[in-house]
Design a protein around this ligand. Structure first.
Ligand SMILES: [Zn+2]
Length: 152
């Protein structure tokens, strides 16, 4: 996801609002900031508030439950609270490698095509913070998502 331009206070107001659409949007905003150490630290003091206020909301979702966005946002804040290792390990199904490159966290080093075709097989993506490399496959199953596999 492309980094949100919302302020931390705006995101907090939304995620604590009990309004399922706002909570969903705010969760996506937090996921989009997942590689930004400075911004993410601002959410740590609110971790318990976020956990309590988002519990038991009926988030809906036609095929895949939207609850996963809240769960991921909370997982990211928990990661920063523990403060161990590089945040690139948080990249996952919602992390488009091109967006992560635009956000300035990752570099796409190579794009491997399926033999004799224009179809992309996978990307080789490098973390700018810890230099870890990932193979990233674009997958489609009900919706578009990405599989990040560490290779070093
Ligand atoms: Zn990293």
């Amino acid at each position: 996801m492309i980094k949100s331009t919302k302020t931390t206070m705006e995101i907090l107001q939304n995620i604590l609002s009990h309004d399922t659409h706002k909570v969903w949007e705010a969760s996506c905003n937090i996921i989009s900031l997942g590689q930004d150490n400075e911004r993410m630290k601002e959410f740590i003091p609110y971790l318990e508030d976020i956990r309590t206020n988002t519990r038991g909301l009926n988030m809906g979702g036609l095929i895949v439950p939207n609850q996963r966005f809240i769960d991921k946002a909370i997982e990211i804040i928990e990661f920063y609270k523990k403060d161990t290792g590089c945040s690139c390990c948080l990249l996952g199904e919602d992390s488009n490698p091109s967006h992560e490159e635009k956000n300035g966290n990752m570099i796409i080093q190579d794009i491997i095509h399926i033999e004799n075709s224009n179809y992309i097989d996978y990307y080789i993506v490098n973390c700018m913070k810890c230099n870890k490399k990932y193979k990233v496959f674009e997958r489609e199953y009900h919706y578009l998502w990405w599989e990040w596999i560490p290779i070093n």
